[in-house]
Design a protein around this ligand. Sequence first.
Ligand SMILES: [Zn+2]
Length: 416
Amino acid sequence: MPVANEGVLTLTVGMKVSPDGSAGVELLKAYRSALNHAINKILSLNLRTVKDVHRALYRELVERFNLPSRVAIDCYRDALANVKAWRRNPRKGRRPVVKKLSMLLHQGSGYRVKDGYVEIIGGVKLRIIGWDRRYDSYPSGEARLTYRDGSMMLWISKRIPKPETYTPRDVIGVDVNEEKIVYGDEVINEEKDTKISRAEKFRVLAELLQKKYSSPRYQAWKRRRGILNRIRAFHRKARNILVDNARKVAHEIIATAKRLGYAVAREDLTGLKESLRRLPKTHRTRLLLIGYSRIERWIDWQASKHGVPRVVVDARNTSNECPKCDYIGLEEVGYRRLRCPRCGFEADRDEIGKLNVRKRALRILSITGGALTPPTAPQMTDVTPNRWGEPRSRPKGGNPRPLGRGGGQKLYVGTI
Ligand SMILES: [Zn+2]
């Protein structure tokens, strides 16, 4: 998963390589054995520093596990990083065991990319089959060589400068619920499926298969490789559906914001995720957690990558606060329609959240009125037209703000 830091973005570029007979896979397997051995030893001896770890493990990794000397160093560093992550985890269980075939490599000393080959220093040379060339001009950092489902990849981290952002003239609000990701402003309204239900079907399939082959005393499915693989494939499918969807929708949202010169605003879903974690771990709660986390991370990442300003707003009451007058306690007035008993504002349930997220972000950014609304804006029938665009006589929390450019088409410019 990409990360955005001050001024720099770190992303990972995949390079497909040929496994080169079995040498590459053998090296990865030796690395995995060495890594698990190192993790155990670091924990048993309670080692904390690279220096101590080097002293305790370097020679052993080279001599007993046959690792090239540079690979041995990367291996114990990898082990120490695994241990540190495990020590930090408040819910840690048994000692960590690495099952994946994945090898850490440092640029320059651990691997080299040259003349169509990836060379693992002191180890193997792997032919490059294909890669994403868009980031070739940026310097490479550490990498990971992985092997899964017959495919060998080198994942190289790249540091690229963050693009400049702009001063937003309005905000695209994003509201995420179980079924939908809704985004837009008071004119734009896009609704996308979260795909939670679709992902859940694959989880259910996995469970049915698991039940079919298990009895309380003899879990047959664990012994039959074919069945186990099918169960795993269903779980992976469920996860991939959510991850791919989050990436796609986040990209659409950010592209829309960038095209219009808007910022993007999302809710802070931390509280929601915490409450989900306290619920019984059903398929649905697990999938919701994945779904919510991924959409947050992809929105943040795409915003950084494309220089779109991003705001995170408080998620409390976004679904029952009036986007126009801030009254909390909207009333249901029909199928999925809510109305404000104080000011008469009425909208679809799914749009309320989005409008509140946008409203809060506009306040944070001190944008008054937002962008000029296109003339095709839907007319509000239950608001007196001559009140539109007027400043509210009693604005919430402070001095009256000057009016924006909105005028007649604005729906709730006065409250902002
Ligand atoms: Zn209201």
